[in-house]
Design a binder for this molecule. Structure first.
Ligand code: PLP
Length: 443
């Protein structure tokens, strides 16, 4: 009998007792090859000696000091590290305990900015369908996954949702990728105008979509066009890089590959690589200055802001990543990984699409490649792939909701950046065996 409130209330998962490198071990002695870092969290793999040493050193020095009284050396160092490599114009880092907290903080920062500069009528957020920004109420309100929102919809702040950038399902046959991106930007513009151009706070988007539809990479020019639309109406651009950021797609920040700079950007997961719960909002100087010259106070906060242990872990993870050139490794090995997945699964009758960048890949499963019809949700194809993969000693991150947030299945792969080519090959082979077994049984 368990007293832990597990997600699945009628199941108790295996007990994890140890981990090293690419593997997690359970109490039965089974080892699992970690192909997804949980939900795209692990960047350096497990039990990295330098990160552990940095955490031990920090706990001996200072475990905790509340930010209404103190800052800490390690929080200052982490902020310096992040700003040193941040997109142009970013000057400050707000350090929190995870992705949802980062998104909540960014939403409130954006709103308070407009209050400070005398535009309090801006009260509305625009985001995208098929997006995920976290499970707290503000983040869920901007999130666009119908299934996750449904039970809570009556208690969410209103937000408008426009189309995601999802070429596999939504690009028209007679338009180029560039034309598709411009069509989406025009849809955003229409949504801003429908709301009233001076009433919108921000457009919120994952630079590369993650949890909801299985890695949605933007088409060329899409984010540049979105940036131009936001600028036209003084709407802020908040990019959520909680999952796709911090090296995951082969550049430190995914927005670098789009040639755009956001006003606010959220990061988490890969920031601390799973060693501690940590997230951050990176903010443009003009936003921070408006607040500092105005009220001088951000009317928000949490008990564990800038937690020294979290900062120590994140600082060590980021320093090792930089020293070992892991972002470049991800970029290069990511191309090889994409080829391995294409070889293992590209011709499979139930694999509709394989898409991704760096160490961030999504595989969309369908009943039929020609019609792109999804499997019946009652068959629980994605959950069965997860279970089957675990029985083969593989951890991957399957989820539903590729079609309208309710139907459809995908598998998300996000291996730690230390994965060797042999590890990547093994991941592709074991996953192909699972997908084959489960989809053939379901079809
Ligand atoms: N934003 C994105 C893009 C995410 O993928 C997630 C989590 O998967 C979150 C926010 C929420 O992060 P957390 O689960 O750390 O609260």
């Amino acid at each position: 009998m368990t007293h832990v409130f597990h997600r699945h209330l009628r199941q108790t998962p295996p007990v994890a007792v140890g981990s090293h490198g690419m593997f997690i071990r359970d109490a039965e002695g089974r080892e699992y090859l970690d192909a997804s870092g949980g939900a795209a969290v692990s960047s350096l793999g497990h039990a990295h000696p330098e990160v552990m040493a940095a955490m031990h050193a920090q706990i001996d020095r200072l475990a905790y000091a509340h930010t209404s009284f103190f800052t800490s050396e390690v929080a200052e160092q982490l902020a310096d590290e992040l700003i040193g490599s941040a997109p142009e114009g970013m000057s400050h880092v707000y350090l929190v305990s995870g992705g949802s907290e980062a998104v909540e903080s960014a939403l409130k920062m954006a709103r308070q900015y407009f209050v400070e500069i005398g535009q309090p009528q801006r009260t509305h957020f625009i985001a995208r369908r098929q997006s995920y920004h976290g499970n707290t109420l503000g983040a869920l309100a901007v999130g666009g996954n119908a299934w996750r929102r449904e039970p809570f919809a009556p208690i969410l702040v209103p937000a408008t949702h426009v189309s995601p950038c999802y070429p596999y399902r939504e690009q028209h046959a007679d338009e180029s990728a560039e034309q598709y991106g411009l069509r989406l930007a025009a849809e955003l513009e229409a949504a801003i105008l429908a709301q009233g151009a001076d009433r919108v706070i921000a457009f919120v988007a994952e630079t590369v979509g993650g949890a909801t539809a299985g890695v949605l990479t933007p088409v060329p020019g899409y984010f540049k066009a979105v940036r131009a639309v936001c600028d036209r109406y003084g709407v802020l651009l908040i990019l959520d890089e909680v999952m796709c950021g911090m090296g995951r797609t082969g550049s430190l920040h995914a927005c670098e590959q789009e040639g755009v700079v956001p006003d606010l950007m959220t990061v988490a997961k890969g920031l601390g690589g799973g060693y501690q719960p940590v997230g951050a909002v990176l903010a443009q100087r003009r936003i921070v200055e408006a607040m500092s010259k105005g009220s001088g106070f951000f009317q928000h906060g949490h008990t564990y802001l800038g937690h020294p242990m979290a900062c120590a872990a994140a600082l060590a993870v980021q320093q090792v990543m930089r020293r070992d050139g892991l972002v470049a490794k991800v970029r290069e090995d990511g191309l090889a990984f994409g080829r391995m997945l294409a070889d293992a699964l590209g011709a499979h009758p139930h694999v509709g699409d394989i898409r991704g960048r760096g160490f961030f890949w999504g595989i969309e499963l369908v009943v039929d490649r020609a019609s792109k019809a999804p499997f019946d949700p009652a068959l629980k194809v994605n959950a069965t792939v997860k279970k089957d993969a675990m029985s083969r000693g593989l951890l991957c991150y399957p989820f539903g909701g590729t079609v309208d947030g309710r139907q459809g299945d995908h598998v998300l792969l996000a291996p730690p950046f230390i994965a060797t080519r042999q590890d990547l090959q093994e991941i592709a082979a074991r996953l192909a065996a699972s997908i084959d077994a489960v989809t053939r049984a379901a079809a």
